[in-house]
Design a protein around this ligand. Structure first.
Ligand SMILES: Cc1cc2nc3c(=O)[nH]c(=O)nc-3n(C[C@H](O)[C@H](O)[C@H](O)COP(=O)(O)OP(=O)(O)OC[C@H]3O[C@@H](n4cnc5c(N)ncnc54)[C@H](O)[C@@H]3O)c2cc1C
Length: 377
């Protein structure tokens, strides 16, 4: 039987970055991953460069594009462009590369990974987790980190996050060439996808395209419409392979830790319910998960409650507004586009959200203040 300080279930972005944060602090870590190889993740790779502060390594190799402006369109017309001022605050990264860099660095610092392995049973005895796998391997650890992504089995088992998770339906594809997307610009396309939007994020020699629908569990099965959207990005050859994914999105403030167990990333339902941003909360939650476990092991703290509080404060407050904005925007998208995106100050604000300089909470407070000032007048 092998013993570790922490066992992490899932070796994706959140699992690998938690492993790196913990192993850099000197703790023994083992990742249990169910897939044989790092499979390609359906992820467009958009990331605020400010997230560098949560990344304990250099990720230059994974950066494909540095974005200078963000373009919004309504049914391929009516464009609005937001300039991202300053030191390129938004990057497109190659997700599989980022995951690999994090994992390799974690292994360099002594983390272990076992794959492909299916966990059969998890029990607790005398403050120790006992993890039994289908290949008869048995692992022991003081802490458990649940990082098994949107289809998480274990977050529900430990009652972490929302009891009834909410999902966005997405499809993703990567096309060779850049179509009509400039190499330093991302495009958000509204109006075609019901209750959602489409996006095109450029890499060096290809574009990550996605369509997502965020409320009412609307499906994306209209192939003609999907093709029309993809054509609007300047691609004519439509012989591509689509990946469908149900993405767990933020659905209220919830406890994300139990006794010696923590959920991170998509397993903790942290993904932005308006724009599907999941890299940022994955990195933030991995960072705080490692901090909380460190505090437990190195001081007299005997719970991990600090973790849930930090995530709910740092991310949840903004997402609560993000959820409200999504509910209104995607129900009345045309009005939302006219009043939200086409407003004079909107491009700047949207750029600030994408780059992490502003939260949905800040935006909502500004709108409320404006309405109150108007009604006073
Ligand atoms: C189409 C699409 C586009 C996106 N684009 C962006 C974007 O541009 N920017 C952005 O910020 N976010 C984006 N996201 C969201 C982002 O991809 C996710 O939030 C991110 O992948 C979450 O990482 P994770 O490690 O929590 O989960 P994952 O990356 O899904 O990793 C989970 C890991 O756990 C493993 N696993 C699952 N079950 C088990 C089990 N029972 N036992 C062991 N291992 C298990 C899986 O094999 C996997 O390796 C996008 C998502 C989608 C679907």
């Amino acid at each position: 039987m092998k013993e570790f300080d922490t066992i992490i279930i899932g070796g994706g972005l959140s699992g690998s970055s938690t492993a790196l944060n913990l192993s850099k602090k000197g703790y023994s870590v083992c990742i249990i991953e169910k897939e044989a190889f790092g499979n390609i993740k359906p992820c467009a790779g958009g990331m605020a460069s400010s997230m560098k502060k949560f990344l304990p390594l250099n990720i230059d190799q994974a950066i494909e594009s540095k974005i200078r402006n963000v373009e919004f369109r309504w049914k391929a017309c009516d464009k609005v462009i937001a300039d991202l001022s300053g030191e390129s605050p938004f990057w497109i990264i190659r997700r599989e590369k980022l995951d690999q860099l994090l994992l390799d660095e974690a292994l360099k610092y002594g983390s272990k990974i076992v794959r492909p392995v299916q966990i059969e049973k998890i029990t607790s005895q005398n403050k120790t987790w006992i993890i039994r796998c289908s290949n008869k391997d048995v692992f022991k650890s003081k802490f458990l980190v649940i990082a098994d992504g949107s289809q998480s089995k274990w977050a529900g088992y430990f009652k972490l996050g929302p009891r009834k998770p909410k999902f966005a339906n997405t499809i993703a594809l990567r096309l060779k060439g850049l179509g009509n997307i400039p190499k330093d610009s991302v495009r958000f396309e509204f109006g075609f996808v019901k209750y959602g939007f489409a996006w095109a994020f450029p890499m060096k020699d290809s574009v990550n395209i996605g369509l997502g629908t965020f409320i009412n569990n609307k499906l994306l099965e209209d192939q003609d419409l999907n093709n029309k959207v993809i054509k609007s990005f300047g691609f004519e050859d439509l012989s591509f392979q689509l990946v469908h994914k149900r993405l767990r999105i933020w659905n209220g403030m919830h406890k994300l830790n139990g006794d010696r167990v923590i959920a991170v990333g998509d397993a903790a339902s942290l993904c932005d319910p308006f724009l599907a941003e999941g890299i940022r909360p994955s990195l933030i939650s991995s960072y705080y998960a490692a901090e909380s476990i460190d505090q437990y092991l190195s001081s007299n703290k005997n719970d991990l409650n600090h973790y849930s509080r930090s995530i709910n404060n740092e991310w949840g407050k903004s997402m609560e507004w993000g959820k409200r904005i999504a509910q209104i925007f995607y129900r009345f998208p045309k009005t939302g586009y006219q009043l939200g995106v086409k407003r004079k100050t909107a491009p700047k604000r949207i750029a600030q959200i994408l780059s992490g300089q502003m939260s949905y909470e800040d935006i909502a407070k500004r709108v409320i203040k404006r309405l109150l000032t108007k009604s006073d007048a």
